[in-house]
Design a protein around this ligand. Structure first.
Ligand SMILES: [Zn+2]
Length: 89
């Protein structure tokens, strides 16, 4: 008799379905999003950041709002530091 019934260990096939739709960027009613040329960034600095600017230094804004130049609406803003670094003056 063959006592050793070695079964092949089945590995459960993990179907990693990464169907992330991606972060939907807010748009204004004209269809302008933050990457559009019609979006004018408005930088907002903290008090310390504003002082640095006055002294001729560079500072990362604490918040950037995106205003559409067509309708004048602020439709988006970003506050994360990684994105704000792109708006250092
Ligand atoms: Zn607009």
């Amino acid at each position: 008799m063959n006592a050793s019934s070695s079964r092949p260990s089945r590995t459960p096939s993990t179907t990693a379905s990464t169907t992330a739709p991606g972060p939907a960027r807010p748009r204004c009613r004209c269809g302008t999003d933050r990457t559009n040329r019609a979006a004018s960034p408005e930088r907002e600095y903290s008090l310390a950041g504003a002082c640095y600017l006055l002294w001729g230094g560079t500072s990362v804004p604490t918040r950037v709002r995106f205003r559409c130049i067509f309708c004048g609406n602020v439709f988006d803003e970003c506050t994360d530091r990684a994105s704000l670094r792109a708006y250092i003056t």
